[in-house]
Design a protein around this ligand. Structure first.
Ligand code: PRP
Length: 209
């Protein structure tokens, strides 16, 4: 039995439909209940419904064999796991965003609000720019509107959240997309099952090119 950690939420919906296309139906996830584990006996897989930011933790600890996670999570923290495939979905950008009328004062440290503190620190280190980090856990866009920060480092997908809050992309840091990841010993001991799923995903992605 292959244990697959799937992200809940926005990325989840895209992932479930990709899996359904390659014959790994996980539509039971949409059942009106609070179950977090689903089994597909015909495919010998068990789906685990996990918060997107926790998928890599389950995989690196071996609580799940494979999983699907955003590249942002893999960039923010280092995990001991294999990154097997770029699924080319959930595409967005990690960006610096600021109020539309923002003018940077280079004579003082830049105040940066974000939940991606390591990505932000590494980015500004590469620019040799001194910053002060304000760690938030959500609704990051509020920070510059209330003067809590000068800019934010966050994910921009459609750009709607920025637009509706009078913010704009100031700099692009990196592109983000969903990745298939595997626990290292699972990959060794369940090679055939993982390679079978990987091959089907690769074929499906190629057909969509
Ligand atoms: C993410 C991100 C932005 C928004 C960007 O937030 O933090 O707020 O999506 O998407 P858009 O460009 O399509 O508007 P999420 O919905 O994950 O919630 P969060 O505020 O808890 O981070």
């Amino acid at each position: 039995m292959l244990n697959i950690a799937l992200p809940k939420g926005r990325l989840g919906d895209k992932v479930y439909s990709l899996l359904a296309k390659i014959g790994y139906d996980c539509s039971e996830i949409y059942a009106d209940n609070r179950k977090l584990i689903f089994e597909s006996v015909e495919n010998s897989v068990r789906y685990l419904l996990v918060k997107p930011s926790d998928v890599a933790i389950y995989i690196s600890h071996g609580a799940a064999d494979i999983g699907i996670v955003g590249k942002d999570i893999l960039e923010e923290d280092s995990f001991d796991l294999f990154e097997l495939l770029d699924l080319n979905l959930g595409k967005c950008n990690m960006c610096v965003a600021a109020p539309v009328d923002f003018v940077e004062d280079l004579d003082r440290p830049l105040r940066v609000a974000t939940k991606f503190t390591n990505i932000a620190k590494n980015y500004y280190l590469s620019l040799n720019r001194e910053i002060e980090i304000i760690k938030l856990n959500g609704s990051i866009e509020l920070a510059p509107l209330l003067g809590l920060s000068d800019v934010i480092v966050d994910i921009v997908e459609t750009g709607t959240t920025l637009k509706e809050n009078n913010l704009k992309v100031y700099e692009k840091i990196m592109p983000i997309s969903a990745r298939l990841i595997a626990n290292k010993s699972s990959y060794k001991f369940k090679t055939a099952e993982i390679e079978e799923l990987l091959a089907k995903l690769e074929k499906e992605l190629k057909n969509n090119d």
